[in-house]
Design a binder for this molecule. Structure first.
Ligand code: TXA
Ligand code: MG
Length: 339
């Protein structure tokens, strides 16, 4: 196992070439993107893609996002690419938006979990783009975490999940956004957000008109299979508290008192506004001020993983306003809390 440290500002091209060779020979590489770290395989090498499912312990029906570096790559993956897809690609790529499109026959069913659609995105990270270009093939890559765990926002998180089961890890420092891309299904009308992210419904509606949130399709076929599995979950039990800051403080204190009495180790995820009231806790992470949702998103998964390292029994987290990336934060927190 090898860790290649690549500064995104001064990219070492020999390291990129090394990692590209590893991917071309059918092994896996952990690499940075602007959202979270990915665990990549050459999309056209079925055996390599199958390895991803094994090391991640991922269910076979949960499809994988394919990462491209230039618009010409899209033709290798998707058919009937409609003008609205091109419009979004033009505005948001490279960036944290994944588009679900009709797939070409050449894209293996292993990648798409037997669906006839393919998820595509162009990551906004110079190292990821350089790597995909060097491989000369799009890279299939889910987030670089064991299934069910919080996504890796730093190479250390991927290392602790996979160790020497992966040949090469590229370390380019912490991921800028910290939450996974928005997943938008363009094969349905109106387009549907299968997973909220930094690019919100409000932003997408400016380009597409009506866009709907995922409705979970209780009876229909589950369209984003990833959504039905346990997700983002720390080992500790996660309890969410909502309300305005005053109410949050009250509820947190009550819960803290109760759990401490039970002899539990308690970690708290708080904001600058509420943190002063958490003295009884065993460990505290301040994400940001309640208004700085970008910073909160950036630090959320790191906080969940830190509490696992510290072996907390319970994590109490405050909730955040569901505007902008706040909706994605709350989506991940709720999933982590209910699993
Ligand atoms: O930001 C991200 O999207 C990161 C980085 C590495 O690019 N990737 C990521 O991949 O989060 P993953 O596998 O952890 O999540 C992909 C989500 C899953 O919920 C999966 O079910 C859904 O996208 N997905 C992938 N292909 C799909 C398809 N053809 N139809 C519906 N949903 C799909
Ligand atoms: Mg994931």
């Amino acid at each position: 196992m090898k860790i290649l440290k690549i500064d995104p500002v001064h990219i070492k091209s020999d390291f990129i070439r090394q990692a590209a060779r590893v991917l071309r020979r059918g092994s896996l590489v952990v690499f940075p993107t602007e959202t979270v770290y990915g665990i990549g395989a050459d999309v056209f090498n079925e055996k390599a893609v199958a390895k991803i499912f094994i090391v991640k312990q991922r269910m076979a029906d949960n499809p994988i996002i394919v990462h491209i570096a230039q618009m010409s790559d899209l033709k290798k993956l998707a058919r009937n690419v409609l003008p609205q897809a091109l419009l979004l690609a033009k505005h948001f790529w490279p960036g944290p938006l994944t588009l679900i499109l009709s797939k070409k026959r050449e894209v293996s069913q292993i990648v798409t979990g037997d669906n006839d659609t393919v998820a595509v995105r162009m990551p906004d990270h110079p190292v990821a783009l350089a790597l995909i270009k060097a491989v000369k093939s799009p890279i299939a890559a889910p987030s670089a975490n064991l299934s069910g765990k919080p996504s890796a926002t730093d190479v250390a998180h991927a290392l602790s999940d996979f160790g020497d089961k992966i040949d090469v890890y590229i370390d380019s420092g912490p991921a800028k956004i910290g939450l996974e891309s928005t997943v938008l299904d363009l094969t349905v009308n109106p387009p549907e957000i299968l997973r909220p992210g930094a690019i919100t419904k409000e932003i997408l509606q400016k380009f597409l008109g009506r866009v709907v949130d995922n409705k979970n399709h209780p009876k229909n076929k589950i369209r984003s299979p990833g959504m039905k599995y346990r997700h983002y979950a720390p080992n500790a039990r996660l309890v969410l508290v909502n309300g305005n800051p005053k109410i949050i403080v009250k509820k947190m204190q009550a819960l803290l008192g109760k759990f401490k009495k039970e002899g539990k180790k308690v970690g708290i995820i708080a904001s600058k506004e509420t943190v002063a009231h958490c003295r009884q806790a065993d460990s505290v992470v301040i994400l940001s001020t309640r208004r700085n949702l970008k910073m909160a998103a950036h630090k959320l998964f790191r906080a969940l993983r830190r509490f696992d390292d510290e072996r907390m029994d319970i994590i109490i987290s405050e909730t955040f306003p569901e505007r902008d990336i706040g909706k994605a934060i709350m989506n991940r927190l709720r999933k982590a809390a209910t699993s």
